[in-house]
Design a protein around this ligand. Structure first.
Ligand code: ZN
Length: 162
């Protein structure tokens, strides 16, 4: 019998909030006066999860795989990038056990959108909703995130060889 091998990965991301941008987090378009600035759609949660997955299987990070100097990734749908990364994880012989994550935003409220984010992630990563955790936090009005100038996300994933 093959020996069970578990690996964990950690991911972090931050994007600035700017005018005239859509706010897309966890693949959900959230109504708000500003959106996250980035070369792709700047989906901060999906980017953190991508880096956690890449970290878990020790592949190069998101910026190396999808360089922001490449016009191909301009306004890229991050869920599509996540799909690609998931196939790389599978190629390495790993499956995802679970995901835990934080979205750190002073505004807008993330809570109402979390069920839809979980559905998007579950569908993309072939997981059950119960295997995905997304928590919403604020920065108590401190620092750039607390001043509504940016949104951050953290993610941890566990993968196993199967
Ligand atoms: Zn990002």
């Amino acid at each position: 019998m093959k020996k069970l091998k578990l690996r964990v990965g950690i991911g972090y991301d931050l994007h600035r909030l700017e005018e005239n941008r859509n706010l897309i987090i966890g693949g959900v378009k959230i109504p708000y006066e500003k959106g996250l600035l980035g070369h792709s759609d700047a989906d901060v949660l999906v980017h953190a999860i991508i880096d956690a997955l890449l970290g878990a299987v020790a592949l190069p990070d998101i910026g190396t795989l999808f360089p922001d100097t490449d016009p191909k990734f301009k306004d890229a749908n991050s869920i599509e990038l996540l799909k690609k990364v998931y196939s790389l994880v599978k190629e390495k012989g790993y499956s995802i056990n679970n995901i835990d994550s934080n979205i750190i935003a002073q505004a807008p409220k993330m809570m109402p959108h979390i069920p839809e984010m979980k559905e998007n992630l579950a569908k993309t990563l072939e997981l059950d909703i119960e295997d995905i955790s997304i928590k919403a936090k604020t920065k108590e009005h401190l620092d750039a995130v607390g001043e509504k100038k940016a949104i951050e996300a953290n993610a941890v994933v566990m993968v196993y060889n199967a």
